[in-house]
Design a protein around this ligand. Structure first.
Ligand code: 13P
Ligand code: SF4
Length: 354
């Protein structure tokens, strides 16, 4: 069956919806503020999505920033950008309904060209991905001959195709430090803040040793470093964790800087009176449901791109997807983009240097 075929969604009985609402409640959605009506409304949709998903041999990967009813109601696996790219491979499903943003769905398509990949909210982009075009990468390469291009996964397939190795927040320090073993100069794009954080961590000079681009994340660039001291005073012992897309001034004041996966692992392994997760709000909601015994201090922002996906959009993608939801990557771009993604897998999992 292809996306052109309409699928009729099965009809749940009242009892089915009630049981499904109870399942959602048991996942901790009640503690996040979902009312009984909210749960019943979500339950009708999650029940239909899960039934159609089985019928169509579909899999639903979801990024940790997605709404809680998606993560707990319909996702087959959840994770950071790295984990999602990895888990989309070697999966027997014929159809991937990607709950995240376009660059993530494109990565899934590049790695699984034989599968149909749908992005329920086709407008879900990313400010970092939109900050750079393939011709910018070619220009940087010409300006810095011999410097390898390491590219954050938050980029278009066409930009990936111009790169030597892709990195994510989970492996950028490791991969860049390997690149510096054999190169005096490395290009990192497109996130300027993350580039500056990496330069500091690796003791490299911006401009001469690490060349960065001027992209930024509209969510993480806006967190305010000046409030950190105040929060430490009113929540003694609080552990403050920030995403590596935050500004260097903020990062210098926190207990951990890293990707969403690093932040979750830190919360799991430590015992602190309070935690503050400086990132998109979805991660805090997920942490509250996974660790109900821990206390989280709110300090988050919503990503409009990540929030564009909801249960109705997922059901529509399964029943009758909009043509713009179908992810296509021209084969010549996909082939060139696949190489640096696979290089990332190799280097992140201890392969040879470039
Ligand atoms: P992670 O790979 O850390 O989940 O980050 C993805 C992202 O878009 C951060 O804004
Ligand atoms: Fe892109 Fe920032 Fe949204 Fe992540 S949070 S998808 S980097 S705009």
């Amino acid at each position: 069956m292809t996306s052109k075929t309409l699928s009729k969604s099965p009809k749940p009985t009242e009892k089915d919806i009630e049981l499904e609402a109870e399942r959602l409640f048991s996942k901790g959605l009640g503690d996040l503020g979902y009312s009984e009506d909210d749960l019943l409304r979500c339950a009708e949709l999650t029940w239909k999505i899960n039934a159609l998903k089985r019928e169509r041999n579909a899999v639903i990967p979801a990024h940790v920033y997605q709404r809680a009813e998606i993560l707990h109601g319909v996702a087959d696996f959840i994770g950071d950008s790295y984990k999602l790219a990895r888990l989309c491979q070697g999966n027997s499903a014929e159809l991937i309904i990607f709950c995240g943003v376009r660059f993530m769905a494109e990565t899934a398509k590049i790695l699984n060209p034989e599968k149909e990949v749908l992005l329920p909210a086709p407008e879900a982009g990313c400010s970092l991905s939109e900050s750079i075009a393939p011709e910018d990468v070619r220009r940087l390469r010409a300006e810095h001959p011999g410097a390898p291009v390491s590219t954050y996964i938050n980029t278009s397939a066409a930009v990936k195709a111009e790169s030597d190795v892709i990195v994510t927040s989970a492996n950028a320090p490791k991969i860049l430090s390997k690149l510096f073993e054999t190169h005096k100069k490395v290009i990192f794009l497109p996130d300027e803040m993350m580039g500056k954080n990496l330069a500091k961590a690796l003791d490299k000079k911006i401009g001469s040793e690490l060349i960065v681009w001027k992209g930024s994340c509209i969510v993480h660039e806006n967190f305010d470093a000046s409030s950190i001291e105040y929060y430490r005073k009113i929540y003694p012992g609080v552990k403050i964790l920030a995403h590596s897309e935050c500004s260097p001034s903020l990062v210098s004041l926190v207990d951990l800087v890293g990707g969403t996966g690093d932040m979750m692992r830190y919360v799991e392994k430590t015992k602190a009176p309070h935690y503050m997760l400086i990132t998109e709000c979805g991660l805090g909601d997920l942490a509250r449901t996974k660790f109900p015994e821990k206390t989280f201090v709110p300090m988050c922002r919503l990503c409009p791109h990540m929030r564009a996906t909801d249960l109705k959009a997922i059901l529509r993608a399964l029943e009758n997807p909009r043509p713009s939801s179908v992810i296509e990557v021209p084969s010549e771009i996909a082939e060139c983009a696949k190489r640096p993604i696979e290089k990332m897998f190799e280097m992140a999992e201890d392969g040879a240097a470039l």
